[in-house]
Design a protein. Sequence first.
Lengths: 261, 261
Amino acid sequence: MDALSDDAGGKRARGLDRAFEILDFLRQKRQALKPNEIAAQIGAPRSSVYELVNLLLRNGILEFTGGEGRVYLGRKLYFLGAAYENHFDFTRECEAVLERLADETRETAQFCMLDGNKYTVVRMREGARPFRISTDVGQSVPIPWTASGRLLVAHMSNEDILTFIPPQDFCLPSGEWLDPQAFLAEVRQAERDGLFTFNSIVDSFTHCFAVPVTDEEGHVAATLCLVAPRDDGLANRERYLDCLKDAARGLSHAPARPKRS
Amino acid sequence: MDALSDDAGGKRARGLDRAFEILDFLRQKRQALKPNEIAAQIGAPRSSVYELVNLLLRNGILEFTGGEGRVYLGRKLYFLGAAYENHFDFTRECEAVLERLADETRETAQFCMLDGNKYTVVRMREGARPFRISTDVGQSVPIPWTASGRLLVAHMSNEDILTFIPPQDFCLPSGEWLDPQAFLAEVRQAERDGLFTFNSIVDSFTHCFAVPVTDEEGHVAATLCLVAPRDDGLANRERYLDCLKDAARGLSHAPARPKRS
DNA sequence: CGCTAAAGTCCAATATACCGTACATATGAT
DNA sequence: ATCATATGTACGGTATATTGGACTTTAGCG
């Protein structure tokens, strides 16, 4: 059976995969790069990268910007993303819900989803206290680092979870390793409770609350989170959770109740 | 010069191009489609489309949705688009400008750009009179149909313009044909004036005003437009144009500055 | 000036991606 | 039952996309 993951062995890569690898890399870097730099940093043949970059430029998927031949994500991606957003029209409700959450709690409220096998903050509303949030909107973060992560993988089997999450993602920013079995236990606990809260492991001063947002099939499609100073979070725990659950109820698509036809 | 359009002869198409053709097609259709339908409607080999669709699904570029094996644009495209939007941070200013425009004029205000060789409304603010606007946000429209179109191609030579715009796009929705030479004359006039206005040719009751928004290199990167009832537009012509120019000045100065992470 | 490294272009070899075609399955009409 | 249409899968041939490497060009630097 082949290693279906990615660049294993010295096999030829498919253009499409390479192309999206380039796009993801640019997104992660969040800046324009020269084709040469891209090739070097993702470990792809330079000639291939040059050819692909030119193809993507002609399609408007990439654009020249930043001078010196640097390229970054292009306008066409914006249009495609806008079409997605328009189709799965979560944004409008989402903004309203986040605003209400932030107003009610004065804390930072986030709407989070999986991006492949990473966690990402899709939309965020800063709270009243402007303290430094460790993760920016759009950044990819290892799933085990986050409270939401426990909920976002809860629909999978333990085995699937461990093959889904890259092993190195269990290495916390502090350098310590999180025991995968402990993580799985937390996932199951979160699934039962319909929520997960903990003292953040990416910083030392916040407490995180996460509740699931389900799609029409009942799967966890996203999460709503609050990030609060620790003592504040502990003091208001029940109220914050109530606010979150209310908000999530508003966003979750009602699971199809069997009604008589 | 290569035939930059698409499937000309009976040559093999490149996977990447086919892939983005699929994505664009889905965007245009604005609904989930079965791979089979996609293949039939874009005139591509079914086996190729199935293979590409599966690849794109694996990458999160497409998603199953709508049941029956239908696919539509995927979450990853949303993330990539959001990264673009974040990098070229025009959205925030844009919304404010459109809001002010709509307030000042009570008409519908639009922010428009090129999407490949088509015109598209990127953001829109409805005016006080809610009359039916013919083009929705995100729809691709032939360049010659629009006032903005005159400005958006003004940086190109006449020759380039005629190879850039598909010939059939000079066929107006009424069925009449617009003389390309007449169009070019209007382009040059618009370039000189720094504006273009006309009675819409996609409907019979609106007057359109367009002014350019330039990037830091001075190229026309976008346009701001007003769509007004005809008599209303004629009556307020000078005032509306002043409002538009003011607004465009506000956007043109700081359009595309990459912001710090 | 050479010398080095980075950045981009060109080209042929070959692994393989694209595509035609056949096959499988379901549904519906006749 | 037979035919027709829509949908998805499987497979092999060949056109070609990917790739390593050679080759330019540009830039920095002692």
